[in-house]
Design a protein around this ligand. Structure first.
Ligand code: RB5
Length: 152
């Protein structure tokens, strides 16, 4: 699987460990930064990965910042992106099975690297469940077109 990965300055070592783990598992990983020594703005890196996934140059994205929250908010603003912040096995599986997430986000100040490695494995191996979830995901996608008019 082609996977784009990025982080802000809060998670450089963690990102490098996750990227190496994904490569060892046979994935084609594109590391989109940031560089060590920089203090950066996490939306820029969320956008890089989100645009790569939306454009189809990557099938999935992995993002890491301090909490996994800000970088997820940024990525989810890009059309075609369903980004999810996860912190345990259950949320990593559910973001795929129920939500068909194409970008997974984690917090380096929330979970240890060993957990991240397990969560990216779940992210890359868990299939979307389809069925009753298909229409719900379609409603998420529809918000990109008519968010103001969709009924609640
Ligand atoms: C950076 O200090 C921190 O704000 C960022 O990594 C992230 O936690 C934002 O959501």
């Amino acid at each position: 699987m082609k996977i784009a990965i990025a982080s802000d300055h809060a998670a450089i070592e963690e990102r490098q460990a996750v990227a190496a783990h994904l490569e060892a598992a046979g994935h084609e990983v594109t590391d989109m930064g940031c560089e060590p020594g920089e203090s950066v703005d996490y939306p820029d890196y969320g956008a890089r990965v989100a645009h790569a996934v939306a454009a189809g140059s990557a099938e999935r994205g992995v993002l890491i910042c301090g909490t996994g929250i800000g970088i997820c908010m940024a990525a989810g603003k890009v059309d075609g992106i369903r980004a999810a912040t996860v912190h345990d096995d259950f949320t990593a599986e559910m973001c795929r099975e129920h939500n068909d997430a194409n970008v997974m986000c984690m917090g380096a100040r929330v979970i240890p690297t060993s957990t991240m490695l397990r969560l990216v494995d779940l992210f890359t191996t868990t299939a979307f469940g389809g069925g009753r979830h298909t229409g719900r995901v379609a409603k998420i996608n529809a918000l990109e077109e008519n968010g103001a008019s969709i009924s609640s």
